[in-house]
Design a protein around this ligand. Sequence first.
Ligand code: NAD
Length: 480
Amino acid sequence: MVKICCIGAGYVGGPTMAVIAFKCPAIEVAVVDISFARITAWNSDQLPIYEPGLEDIVKQCRGKNLFFSTEVEKHVSEADIIFVSVNTPTKTRGLGAGKAADLTYWESAARMIADVSKNDKIVVEKSTVPVKTAEAIEKILTHNSNGIKYQILSNPEFLAEGTAIQDLFNPDRILIGGRETPGGQKAIQALKEVYAHWVPEDRIICTNLWSAELSKLAANAFLAQRISSVNAMSALCEATGADVTQVSHAVGKDTRVGSKFLNASVGFGGSCFQKDILSLVYICECNGLKEVANYWKQVIQVNDYQKNRFVNRVVSSMFNTVSGKKIAILGFAFKKDTGDTRETPAIDVCKGLLGDNANLSIYDPQVTEDQIRKDLSMKKFDWDNPIHLQPMSPTVMKQLNVVWDAYAATKGAHGLCLLTEWDEFKTLDFKKIYDNMQKPAFVFDGRNIVDEQKLREIGFIVYSIGKPLDGWLKDMPAVA
Ligand SMILES: NC(=O)c1ccc[n+]([C@@H]2O[C@H](COP(=O)([O-])OP(=O)(O)OC[C@H]3O[C@@H](n4cnc5c(N)ncnc54)[C@H](O)[C@@H]3O)[C@@H](O)[C@H]2O)c1
């Protein structure tokens, strides 16, 4: 029986391994982690991450051919194929701080593999890593090898949170990069056979190691660039009276452009886009490609601009101050159908409003109060460390109230900000909300999910990103 071990039981390791176990009953899959809390949650009824469809497959495989364990060394030593899916945060200090990927966790995983291995292994990079990381990993393993042979493969993950199970069941492509040696090709074939249990062969792309590593950074950069492009247009739409939804519809109809990923919003978030673009920028700089680095840097700058612009719209519309005013925040996760808040634009928007002394009342259907408080008190990039290394006791913030209902959040509020496109927000009783708010009552739609005309008829002053401005907002500046 082939044995797989995955180091890192996070948003990637957990779902990907659950799907491999589900699709390959003859393969034994162990997911290991240094975080005891995470593994305990994976073995409980309350999984550590929310992802539609995940619970069902975990329940079907757990204890049969899928195991979650903190016995990292035992499972690594027994495995034939080891996936490494640990955090690769942005460095916060030293060389490359604020840009370069921090490979501390990756390196310690590689050293541990070298320490405990007793037979030949295939080591698979599942984490997103800078191009050429495989070379470094190879060096660590071979210099500590004791005669054991290692093949390093790059198999980046393209799942999107919120649709992870669907994406894993039916991927656009599986990318496997390996050495162009007979040993490398044999390892590629072994991993290909795992995926071939359910992925059609023509969707399994095999490349050299560096192409696979770089393709992941490139794919995230392209995706984020689309969002920044449409968000840049949204600012111009507001200035000119064009409607960004009409513009993106018209542009997206061109088959060369395509219609996906063209929704204007308060900005992109999630654990990957910013981190991976910063890593790409750093790699370009290290290779002397200043112009290329600056090009990609702009994608992040436009994203920051969009979040600032949103905060400025809120504050300037409300007579240039939100001090002491109650603002309801509906949605905190970085997108719908996930409880993930890593790099969510809600963090920057909330921090901006708190900076202007607002009182925030936050509701998100999947995010806990503890998580929100932690996110709002954590330093930039600290979130991307294993949970047990993150600050445990968030600072108490009196201006913050977390509630479990959109109506409670908006009761008595001066304004409400929609920051995540949860379906339930589309069907709220806005008349009831309006009646219970202070007047004038403001809605700031950061996801373009409300019918702004209907809301205006109710009496709200409405700001929707990139849409023709409400008369109230026309003379208000929105510069970042
Ligand atoms: N989240 C996504 O949507 C996504 C998508 C594609 C790729 N990625 C990449 O995948 C990687 C993992 O991302 P994630 O979202 O799953 O992160 P995560 O923080 O949810 O999970 C990483 C896990 O690794 C564990 N870990 C760290 N060092 C370890 C060690 N030495 N031994 C055992 N466990 C260790 C941590 O405790 C943590 O539970 C990152 O490189 C990320 O960029 C993420």
